[in-house]
Write a protein that binds this ligand. Structure first.
Ligand SMILES: [Zn+2]
Length: 315
C-alpha cells in the first residue's frame, strides 16, 4: 500500500536512553505511545518492529574506532562515552545500533515502495559525529541514512530539516562542504544553549555555500517567530530541490522543556510536518522520514510527536 505510514515502536527501540534520572530516560517512547493510542493514531499507522544495525552499516557514517569504542564502553557499563553528557550504561551499544538499524529499515521500506512516510519517535540523534558521541547521542541514525541513500540508492540531493531546540551539529559539520546536502535548522541561539553552534552566518563552505540555512531564535521566542522563520525553510527547500526529505522534530523547543528556553506550543511541529509532506510531494516523490529527536518534558514530546504523526497520516 503506497500511502501507508510506517510507525516504528518496540521494546528494543524504547531501551535507548540513560538511567538514574537522566533527562533522556528510557520512558520517552512510552510517553509518546500512550498519547498516540489515546488519539487513535496507532490504528491508522502500520506499526513496524525495530531492528539492529550491523557494524558495517554504522561504519557508513561512523569511524570504525568510534563503533569499537561504543561496543567496549557498553560492555564495561560504566563511565562516559563522550565528555560527560552521554553515560556508558550496559547495552547502550545494542540500543544505539537499534536506533540506526530501525532508521535503515524505514529507508528500505520507502525505497522499495511499501511506504512514502515513516515516523520513528526514538531517533534523530543529531549530535553524534562520525568519530564521537555527544549530547545524549551515541550513533547518528540520520547520518547513517544519508550515507546509505547515497551509497546504496544513488540518491544524493537530500534535505535535512531540524526543529529541535538544539543545533544539529552532528549533521551540519560533516556535510558543511557538501553542496547536495540541503540543510535547514531552526534552534535556540547557540550563544545561549548547547552545542553553541548554528549561527546565521554558517551557510556552508566552498561549493556548498548557500545550501545550509541556520535560523537561531533567542530564549523566550515562540510560535510567532517560528512561523516567520519557517517561510525561509520552505523557500530554501524549493530553491535547492531535494529528492528526499529527512525531518528531525525534537520536542525540546516547546515551552516547559527542562533543558531549553524556547516557548512553542505543539502547533509549529504539526505545521512543519504538514508543509514538509506537501514539499515532499512536490519535490521528492512524497518521500519523507520523521525522527523524534530531543524533548525532555514527557507531555510535550507526546503532544508534538503525535501532531507530526497525525499530519503524516493525513497527507
Ligand atoms: Zn535537543
Amino acid at each position: 500500500m503506497k500511502n501507508e505510514v510506517k510507525l516504528y515502536v518496540g521494546e528494543s527501540l524504547g531501551k535507548y536512553g540513560f538511567p538514574h534520572g537522566h533527562p533522556f530516560g528510557t520512558d520517552r517512547q512510552d510517553a509518546f505511545w500512550k498519547e498516540a493510542v489515546k488519539r487513535g493514531l496507532d490504528k491508522r499507522s502500520a506499526i513496524t518492529d525495530p531492528r539492529m544495525a550491523a557494524e558495517e552499516e554504522l561504519r557508513r557514517f561512523h569511524t570504525p574506532k568510534h563503533v569499537a569504542w561504543v561496543k567496549q564502553k557498553s560492555a564495561e557499563g560504566h563511565g562516559s562515552i563522550d565528555y560527560g553528557d552521554t553515560p556508558a550504561c550496559p547495552g547502550i551499544y545494542e540500543a544505539a545500533a537499534t536506533v540506526a538499524g530501525t532508521a535503515l529499515h524505514g529507508l528500505d521500506t520507502i525505497m522499495s515502495g511499501y511506504a512514502l512516510r515513516t515516523f520513528q519517535p526514538i531517533g534523530g540523534l543529531h549530535h553524534a559525529r562520525p568519530d564521537g558521541a555527544a549530547g545524549f547521542c551515541v550513533f547518528n541514525d540520520v547520518g547513517v541514512v544519508i550515507d546509505t541513500l547515497r551509497e546504496q540508492f544513488g540518491i544524493r540531493r537530500i534535505a535535512y530539516v531540524d526543529i529541535d531546540v538544539h543545533h544539529g551539529d552532528g549533521l551540519f559539520y560533516p556535510y558543511e562542504d557538501d553542496a547536495e546536502l540541503i540543510y535547514a535548522d531552526i534552534h535556540q541561539d547557540g550563544r545561549t544553549l548547547y552545542p553553541g553552534t548554528g549561527h546565521a552566518n554558517e551557510t556552508g563552505k566552498g561549493a556548498a555555500k548557500g545550501t545550509k540555512l541556520n535560523i537561531p531564535l533567542m530564549p523566550g521566542m515562540g510560535d510567532a517567530e517560528f512561523f516567520e522563520a519557517w517561510e525561509y525553510v520552505e523557500a530554501h527547500l524549493r530553491k535547492h530541490k531535494p529528492d528526499f526529505i529527512l525531518f528531525q522534530c525534537g520536542a525540546d523547543s516547546l515551552a516547559g522543556d527542562p533543558l531549553a528556553m524556547l516557548q512553542y506550543t505543539p502547533a509549529p511541529h504539526a505545521h512543519a510536518a504538514k508543509r514538509l509532506c506537501v514539499l515532499a510531494g512536490e519535490l521528492a516523490g512524497g518521500r519523507i522520514m520523521g525522527f523524534g529527536g530531543g524533548g525532555y518534558n514527557r507531555a510535550n514530546l507526546a503532544a508534538a510527536w503525535c501532531g507530526v504523526l497525525d499530519e503524516f497520516l493525513k497527507a
